[in-house]
Write a protein of this length. Structure first.
Lengths: 297, 327
């Protein structure tokens, strides 16, 4: 009955027109969203002359890899890529460990002092010392030009911490209790019972943290002066900014000809690729993470 | 039990005697600490983090009232009271910073805030599930790209050298080629465009979740009552996501003064600084580039205080309008 009615009303001319327009608009939106990325990908495999002569293309006339060969032959780019990979890997582990170990005791409602700590954490979501005082703390700790400056100041995202804490609170207390009766201390309970149960949330937040470090531009801008310690995002910026001096950035001072425009495309692709490769996993977990986060305490 | 009562008190009927809740055995604090020692040990690294990188900088805000000299330290530097704030409010930059910051915020509210709501509602009306999922997958992508990448893409598409769009406009409209990236007049449109591209798709998630939670019986009942598609939308769908819109509006207005440092900074050139400078980037220029730590901290503190006022203010406003609010 209801079904029949719904079919009839959906078939009204106005409704059909809306459906068609809706499908077209959303398809158009999706295409417009990815077109710039496809263009850059195509451009990175095109020759220098093709980039400057053809206005827009999604497939290069002549498929060349010389741009990639060039950027991977420069020390600066390779070093930045390796640096970024290492900082992202180490940083994710450190940040995840700190977040998980702090969230676990905060999930125990009976723990004296818990409310105070939670309020201190929540307050940092509303108010912070800001850029300069944080910079001064990092400087006073002697972390300028140190990779730790890219990891430690962002080690715990208070928002993620609260989400993980809420997740731990949902875990069945009975399991932990059983382990405690068997003589496990809290550390062992955490390691052997709680962490194995938390695999989905660990996956979610390791991706959260990894993407944040990989994409971070402000921290290296603030804390890293030494061009030998530049990260990928800084290199991308240096090469593609309006007034970029590509030869100088890559410290390729001999006047060999190099793909000046093409390398802009190629570095963007290299800096984007890891994220797009992980994207199928990211999407699944991130969407979940956002929704967990939207649950009020 | 009865012996506890004063002699002249009427003894209530037995059924009404409420058993006092069992009092929590109060243990001495020391024993509590000992009992939960491992939990406290686990708390320590996190506490150290918050102390060092969140609360120590808050203490560092005191240099906004001092003439901070690095080698004298926080406490040794000379106290100057509100001097830096007077400099900020009476200086030549304040009006421009405030105008740029607020105009960007206004543009964000008008163009960027409603976009995910509209797209989510459109996706919600889509009956081809495969298409819906494909569109979602594609429009989420930009959210994961860094601002550096977004700025680079903007440059590759809009700059005069070989920007695709600059070229198109040139061939269609004729006239001299426009360098959109360098021109001050195109700064704000490009910022809005970047925000739309990067955040619209992702922003739909929270609204789609709210829409998925609507009881389908409501629609069936409305249909039985003869409501057409438009009326169902107006009377069921829209009210269903209204609380979500309010919460998102509160969150957005709490960040009116945050222009997004990375985005603005990456799009700032020597030609558009007049329209590009906002509080966030100004703090960086003054503090890091010029080394005026105290003045920059004062600017940052001013911005932070406004942010707190905004978030509490909008929350109260939402409550007064009969919404649930955030806290």
């Amino acid at each position: 009955m209801a079904r029949k009615q719904s079919v009839r009303y959906y078939d009204s001319p106005g409704s059909r027109a809306f459906d068609i327009a809706n499908v077209l608009l959303l398809t158009g939106l999706a295409i417009v969203t990815v077109l710039p990325l496809l263009y850059v990908l195509a451009g990175s495999f095109a020759s220098e002359s093709e980039i400057s002569s053809r206005p827009f293309f999604l497939w290069p006339q002549k498929f060349v890899t010389s741009t990639y060969q060039y950027i991977f032959s420069t020390d600066t780019f390779v070093r930045a890529l390796l640096t970024t990979i290492c900082v992202t890997a180490v940083g994710t582990v450190v940040q995840l460990l700190l977040t998980l170990t702090m969230a676990y005791p905060l999930a125990k409602r009976y723990l004296p002092g818990r409310a105070l700590v939670l309020n201190l954490v929540i307050f940092t979501l509303v108010f912070s010392g800001g850029m300069i005082p944080t910079y001064l703390v990092v400087r006073d700790l002697g972390l300028l030009d140190n990779y730790l400056a890219l990891i430690l100041p962002l080690a715990i995202n208070p928002f993620y911490l609260i989400v993980v804490k809420s997740f731990f609170q949902e875990l069945p207390e009975a399991l932990e209790e059983a382990a405690r009766i068997d003589g496990c201390n809290e550390l062992k309970v955490f390691w052997w019972i709680v962490l194995p149960l938390s695999k989905p949330i660990i996956a979610t937040f390791s991706l959260f943290y990894a993407v944040a470090i990989w994409n971070d531009y402000m921290s290296p801008l603030l804390y890293i002066d030494d061009s030998k310690k530049w990260t990928l995002q800084i290199i991308v910026r240096q090469l593609t900014a309006a007034n970029a001096d590509s030869a100088n950035v890559l410290q390729q001072l001999e006047t060999v000809s190099f793909p000046e425009q093409g390398l802009k495309f190629a570095v963007v692709v290299v800096a984007t690729l890891p994220i797009l490769l992980f994207y199928p996993f990211l999407q699944k977990h991130f969407a979940k993470g956002v929704l967990i986060g939207s649950v009020k305490e | 039990m009865a012996t506890d009562l004063a002699p002249n008190q009427v003894v209530p009927p037995a059924a009404e005697v409420k058993q006092a809740p069992p009092r929590k055995p109060r243990r001495p604090l020391g024993r509590e600490l000992l009992r939960y020692r491992w939990l406290y040990v686990m708390l320590l690294p996190g506490l150290a983090y918050f102390a060092l990188f969140k609360y120590l900088p808050m203490y560092g805000l005191t240099i906004a009232f001092k003439d901070y000299v690095p080698f004298l330290g926080y406490s040794g530097s000379q106290w100057v009271g509100l001097e830096h704030f007077r400099e900020l409010f009476t200086g030549p930059d304040f009006g421009r910073l405030m105008f740029n910051t607020l105009l960007l915020a206004l543009l964000t509210i008008v163009f960027v805030f409603p976009a995910p709501i509209v797209v989510a509602l459109m996706l919600n009306e889509l009956r081809m599930k495969v298409l819906k999922r494909s569109v979602q997958s594609l429009i989420y992508i930009p959210h994961f790209l860094s601002w550096t990448i977004v700025a680079s893409l903007t440059y590759l598409l809009f700059s005069v050298d070989f920007g695709v769009i600059a070229g198109w406009v040139h061939s269609l409209a004729g006239g001299p080629k426009v360098d959109y990236v360098a021109q001050a007049g195109w700064f704000r449109p490009l910022i809005v465009l970047q925000l739309l591209w990067k955040q619209t798709g992702w922003g739909t998630i929270i609204y789609l979740a709210a829409l998925a939670g609507v009881d389908s019986q409501l629609y069936e009942a409305a249909r039985v009552d003869g409501a057409g598609r438009w009326r169902q939308f107006w009377h069921i769908t829209l009210p269903a996501i209204q609380p979500t819109i309010v919460v998102m509006a509160i969150l957005t207005s709490g960040h009116l003064m945050d222009s997004g440092f990375e985005q603005i900074w990456l799009m700032t050139t020597s030609l558009n600084r007049d329209v590009a400078d906002v509080f966030d980037t100004f703090v960086y220029y003054v503090g890091i580039t010029q080394g005026s730590f105290s003045y920059a901290t004062a600017v940052g503190l001013f911005k932070g205080v406004i942010g707190v006022v905004l978030i509490f203010g909008s929350n109260r406003l939402a409550k007064r309008l009969g919404q649930r609010g955030l806290f």
